[in-house]
Ligand binder design. Structure first.
Ligand code: A4P
Ligand code: MG
Length: 183
């Protein structure tokens, strides 16, 4: 399987919410880890995406270390991946939660506490979803540097349903302390 670098796609004038070969839907997933070798956790998750049925990893952003949002805990490593999937949104969410589980995710009582792996379904094509257990676009996507900056790296012209062009959201996170950790 070939994962295109963002540079290879930089010139493509495409609707980045759309899947280009008509097979399923282009979805974007946010990855975060701050326990048990976060860089390795994120890389392992990219590999695990290839085992999700009807789903391909199209490309992913770099890895960014950044301070925790929430209670005191170790720094996070965050990234974003683009997937093409034939799964319905809730089935994709269940598959992502299975990946979290397989990488030792424990859901504790502490809100926004530390975790080996968090996978958030950021975008599912151009859909908006408002269910008790699934909200898309992810409700905090538009205000988080650790989501917006890696998403911009792989989908610079994307539209966020309900929020408009990603480019217009970047100004608010311009001063964020994100450090590339993957060379
Ligand atoms: N859920 C609803 N919508 C979604 C969606 N679009 N994607 C539900 C994924 N899950 C969604 O999630 C709680 C419930 O959200 C799930 O059962 C699902 O049905 P969870 O993964 O069990 O718990 P969580 O991640 O702790 O909750 P929450 O409120 O989603 O937290 P966030 O927004 O994911 O924030 N700081 C840094 N620097 N980097 C981080 O990655 N992450 C968090 C967690 C806090 N601080 C951080 C980071
Ligand atoms: Mg989450």
């Amino acid at each position: 399987m070939i994962v295109a670098s963002p540079h290879a796609l930089a010139g493509a004038r495409v609707a980045e919410n759309a899947n280009k070969d008509g097979a399923g839907v282009r979805a974007y997933v946010g990855l975060g880890s701050n326990l048990d070798q976060p860089i390795a956790q994120i890389r392992q998750a990219f590999q695990a995406f290839e085992s999700i049925p009807q789903t391909r990893l199209i490309r992913h952003a770099g890895l960014y270390r950044n301070p925790p949002l929430g209670p005191p805990q170790p720094d996070y490593v965050n990234s974003v991946a683009a997937l093409d999937t034939g799964l319905a949104p809730h089935d994709l969410l269940a598959a992502l939660q299975a990946v979290e589980w397989s990488q030792g995710r424990v859901r504790g009582a502490l809100r926004w506490g530390p975790r080996t792996l968090d996978l958030d379904l950021l975008l599912y094509g151009e859909r908006t979803i408002d269910c008790e257990d699934l909200v898309v676009p992810h409700p905090r996507l538009h205000e988080r540097a650790f989501v917006l900056i890696p998403l911009h790296e792989i989908a610079p012209r994307i539209e966020i349903p309900g929020y408009g062009p990603l480019e217009a959201l970047l100004g608010a996170v311009a001063g964020a302390k994100l450090v590339r950790v993957d060379g």
